[in-house]
Ligand binder design. Structure first.
Ligand code: NOJ
Length: 533
């Protein structure tokens, strides 16, 4: 690897939702020793970095995104020593480990909040955001929780409301208070000193709210029947200019250590998103780019426009990144269907920038319908029909009862297709999504053009086609994605005379092609290594 590139630029990140990856003790919930048992698999797959959704002590009102202690491990997942062991075994394999920092809010059971709510003059009071009731006794403004309902709850003991942009059990910390900032920075240092390679930072664009907490204006796009919490524009409760100074401070903490990374969770349109690299690249290293997830229509034209817009908008030296799924979004195979999900995987792993893979997407795992009595996600409870349990079901390892995930009763139901859609089965099937993912990761690792080369769109006259060239040194790799329902034959001789098929999402195709007549099936993607003259 060229010294000019950091590991977080050339590596592939894999998100593990720890509850659902591997249970080692039969309680139906995944844990750290379970993840350790699966490092062989991750290494085989070709993963370089794992990001663990929160594993800190938590009452689990939002499955760990409600932290009650920032510097320990919840016994449900294991012990600090078991985390150390996981990190050290990952490091021995050359893999990095990222944790999930949740700084916007703590659990209401965190000792800070317990103290804060005990009286108005408690020293911790100002660690959270308190306001008197409105004159009618209601909440201080009209802000809404992302999960549904008001973003304020009344604390009966002290007679004031506290802010929670999510569940009432997730009280928003007051980032205008320097003591809060220091406490979270110290937690970051605690983990960095233990060898953690970086953080994914939860809702980083929400950390600071407008100082006057004005009402949010209505969203003219909202229609009755859509979730109530989308009725207002989030003008004053997120994406405030002061957030960048805080992120700069976090970056300084990360920079106290060697080669660590900060990845910010930010759902914003591209032109707003890129500000999070920081004015002098002193923001987060990677502001998560969710635009492939939030893209309204999935077609060649829209994707090409998105990629070009993003490439244009990136600040000089800002490194791109791409995401297709996570624990908050319907799974990519459910959104697009299995065939298109294969193209999407090829896209993710061949675009310029760091890809993040969500566990199970390498199998084409689909959303699992959850009967209402089994819904556990707080968002699904408050906004029925909009829960996130379907994309959080247990990893499908094999066809045995429990899918190789657990010997007990899984905390969420297994997909009905697990006996056929599982790691063991797909490892034996060269046509599987897993085989495709494995192959693409291998290719990416071996190719400087793919893992750090330049990007250029290749113009074609076919509206359903998206083609691009990745280039590093003398190496050129052409990616062609036919997103349409009919086969096409293309003349791409402008790129070069001949090439060798390096990957195909369809029937395993290999061998030489002349680029003046490249044939693609309907919904097929090809990676072609251009022959050097
Ligand atoms: C974003 C996380 O990804 C999501 O799962 C969580 O519910 C909210 N932030 C609140 O922490």
């Amino acid at each position: 690897m060229k010294a000019s590139h950091h590991w977080w630029q050339t590596d592939v990140v894999y998100q593990i939702y720890p509850r659902s990856f591997q249970d080692s003790n039969g309680d139906g919930i995944g844990d750290l020793p379970g993840i350790r048992q699966r490092l062989d698999y991750l290494q085989w797959l070709g993963i370089d970095a794992i990001w663990l959704s929160p594993i800190f002590p938590s009452p689990m009102a939002d499955f760990g995104y409600d932290v009650a202690n920032y510097v320990d491990v919840d016994p449900m997942f294991g012990t600090l020593a078991e985390l150390d062991q996981l990190v050290s075994e990952a490091h021995q394999r050359g893999m990095r480990v990222l944790l999930d920092l949740v700084p916007n809010h703590s659990s209401d059971e965190h000792p800070w909040f317990v103290a804060a709510r005990s009286s108005r003059d408690n020293p911790y009071r100002d660690w959270y955001i308190w306001r008197d009731p409105a004159p009618d006794g209601g909440p201080p403004n009209n802000w809404l929780s992302h999960f549904g309902g008001p973003a304020w709850s009344l604390d009966p003991t002290t007679g004031q409301y506290y802010l929670h942009l999510f569940d009432p059990k997730q009280a928003d910390l007051n980032w205008r208070n320097p003591a809060v900032r220091q406490a979270i920075y110290d937690a970051m240092r605690f983990w960095f000193a233990r060898g953690i390679d970086g953080f994914r930072i939860d809702v980083i664009w929400m950390l600071i709210k407008h100082p006057d907490l004005p009402d949010n204006p209505p969203d003219p796009q909202w229609k009755p029947g859509q979730p109530e919490q989308h009725r207002l524009l989030r003008r004053h409760d997120q994406h405030q200019p002061e957030v960048h100074a805080i992120i700069r401070e976090m970056r300084m903490v990360a920079d106290e250590y060697q080669d660590r990374v900060l990845i910010g969770e930010i759902y914003l349109p591209i032109d707003d998103l890129v500000a999070y690299y920081g004015e002098n690249l002193d923001g987060v290293h990677l502001p998560f780019n969710f635009n492939l997830v939030t893209l309204g229509e999935w077609n060649a034209h829209a994707i090409r426009a998105l990629v070009e817009h993003y490439e244009r908008a990136l600040p000089p030296g800002g490194w791109p990144n791409w995401v297709l799924g996570n624990h908050d979004q319907p799974r990519v195979a459910s959104r697009l269907g299995q065939s298109m999900a294969r193209l999407a995987q090829m896209l993710l792993l061949t675009l310029r920038g760091t890809p993040t893979l969500y566990y199970g997407d390498e199998l084409g795992m689909e959303d699992v319908p959850i009967p209402s009595e089994l819904v556990v996600d707080p968002q699904g409870i408050r906004t029925p029909g909009h829960g996130r349990d379907p994309e959080r079901t247990p990893m499908q390892w094999d066809a045995t009862p429990g899918a190789g995930f657990t010997t007990g009763t899984p905390w969420l139901p297994l997909a009905v297709d697990y006996p056929s859609r599982n790691v063991t089965r797909q490892q034996d099937d060269p046509q599987s999504m897993l085989a495709l993912t494995h192959h693409l990761l291998e290719l990416r690792r071996a190719s400087a053009a793919l893992n750090r080369g330049s990007y250029a769109t290749v113009a074609t006259s076919e509206p359903d086609l998206f083609a691009y060239l990745r280039q590093a040194g003398g190496e050129q790799v052409l990616v062609i994605l036919n997103m349409g329902a009919t086969p096409v034959t293309l003349d791409l001789s402008s790129v070069g005379p001949t090439g060798t098929i390096a990957a195909s999402t369809g029937m395993q195709r290999t061998g030489h092609v002349t680029l003046d007549a490249v044939m693609l099936d309907a919904v097929e993607g090809l990676v072609i290594a251009i022959d050097e003259d």
